[in-house]
Structures are given as structure tokens and as C-alpha cells.
Design a protein around this ligand. Sequence first.
Ligand code: 8DG
Length: 309
Amino acid sequence: MSSPLPEIVVVAGIIPDGHDRLCLSRRPEHKHQGGLWEFPGGKVEPGEALDHALARELHEELGLDAVRSRPFLTVRHRYPDLRVTLHFREVTAFTGEPHGREGQPVEWVPRTELSARAFPEANRPVAVALQLPPEWVIPPEDLDEATVIAGLGRLDAARQGVYLRGWSTHPGVTAACRERGLRFWVRNDAALATREGAFGLHLNGPALARAAEEGRPAFDGLLSVACHDATQIAQAMAVGADMATLSPVRATPTHPDASPLGWQDFQELVAGNPLVFYALGGVGPEDLATAREHGAYGVAGIRGLWPGV
Ligand SMILES: Nc1nc2c([nH]c(=O)n2[C@H]2C[C@H](O)[C@@H](COP(=O)(O)OP(=O)(O)OP(=O)(O)O)O2)c(=O)[nH]1
């Protein structure tokens, strides 16, 4: 009988410098995943709090003192020789200038150049999440177009993206998103998403089931899917989705018959799946920290997120 794979828990820092660059270091050749770029960090000691472990590792490896950090994304990955749970945390305050105290190369890399670096395979969802807004806003469908366009004008493009849902086919709304530099997602139609220059294509349940039969739609941007259970999450992985909404976390007036998952089931469903998840259903920006503690990257919604509802 083969022995079980060793398992480690790691914490790693997403460290921004305030000029849209992130701190990366290169793993020494002789180590696991050697020669690849990484977010600096290391193993969590038994019983150690994550923020403490990160501060300790960053001090040891970079001579940087992390004053504050918060959850960014948790990834579980199985390498052929090792299972790893990676807690990525965003460092929101630090002192000191990072340098390779163990002789490893350390660089500030512009976010737009991250895709040119080779990372360990486990980092794929982090590379996706780094392109994504933490809030995914769905404009209500019972408003008129002018009101929707006015609402789009009140969104913050750095923090909020827009899933246009029924508004996907309204050229005035897509044009307003482009003008305001908002990342927007179009519903189901890959050709329309391409034509409109959408940042993402979002497949609802029936479109996801079709894609699971027919293959990933021909769209160059980000592929997002709607999930409610483990079967749909498996379909999402099969079609090579980058991100998914998982709902409903709580009961909502829009879907009164759906039974809510609650945070515990949410966490169990997302764990171990290399997708970037948004918690959807009765949540708002005030739930972001809770969502991240339960394995989501962001929060999505209509009522809780649309300005002025
Ligand atoms: N720090 C870090 N580790 C990563 C990333 N991606 C990824 O798959 N890993 C994996 C590689 C390793 O298997 C593991 C990190 O363990 P490590 O060996 O560097 O931990 P450590 O600094 O405590 O090392 P050690 O000197 O005690 O051996 O996590 C990442 O972005 N940052």
C-alpha cells in the first residue's frame, strides 16, 4: 500500500507597494517547486495564527515587517508529491524594504506583468483573483435603462465589476460600462460578449449544462458560471471556468423558494476547487470578510450591492 501524501499548510503574502506592483520572490532551485516565482511566505507552525505566521515568514525571508494582513484567497492543491493548503493574505500595512535575506531574487512586479512569470500550479486561482474586483454587482432588471446607466456611474471601477444579466443585450448599457472603465460580464452569449468587449462571459445554469456537453464556449476573456451545488461545481471545472458564483448563501426575495446554503455549506462546497468563488444571495459588501473566511474571494448580488436600491 502506498503511504498517504504529506500535507502542509502554508501562508503567503500578496504585498502591494501602492504603485500597482506586487512583491514576488523566486524559489531556490533545490526546493519544492524550485525556480518558480512565488508570493513570499512559508509553512505555518502547529497552532500558529495565520497573520502571525505570515509576519514571521516575511521577516525571516524579506526583512519586511507586516503590520496588518487580511484574507485574500485560500487554495488547496494536490501536487504529485505533496498536498498543500495555501492561505494567501493581502498585506495592507508593512514597514521595511523587502530584500532576499536567503539570497533569493526579490522583485516588485507590475500587476499587468504577472502573467509573464512562471508560478507553481497551485497559484492559478490567485492569478485569476488578482484580475477581479471583490464586488460583483448585478443591476436590477425592473429599472429603466437611464436609471441603470446612472447607477453604473456611481460604481467604483477598481472595486466593483458588473454582471449585466438581462441588460447584456442593451448597447447603451454596455457602452456606459466601457466609458466608465467598468469590467463587465455578458450573459450566456459568447459572440455578444466578444463583440461588446466584455471582460467576462457568465453562463447561467442551463448554459453551463450545455457547455458541459459541448465544451468551453469560444470566448477569450474570463469564463464565469453560476453554481448552486457540487454537480454544477464539477461541471464548472470540466468546462475550464475561471470563476463561479455559488448561491444562495442566504434567502433572497428574488429566489424565495431556494433553500439557503449558509456559510458552513458554502465553505464545504468551495473547498479544494481551484475556482475563484463569489458568494451570492442576500449578501453585501459588509459580508466580504466573512465570505473570505469561508473560501470565497468576493461577494455578488443585486439588492445588497446596487447603489440606490
Ligand atoms: N510561499 C509560497 N509557497 C507556495 C506558493 N505556491 C505554492 O504552490 N507554494 C508551495 C511550494 C511549497 O511546497 C510550499 C511552501 O513551502 P516552503 O518549503 O517554501 O516553506 P518554508 O519557507 O517554511 O520552507 P522551509 O525552509 O521550512 O523548507 O507551498 C506561493 O505562491 N508562495
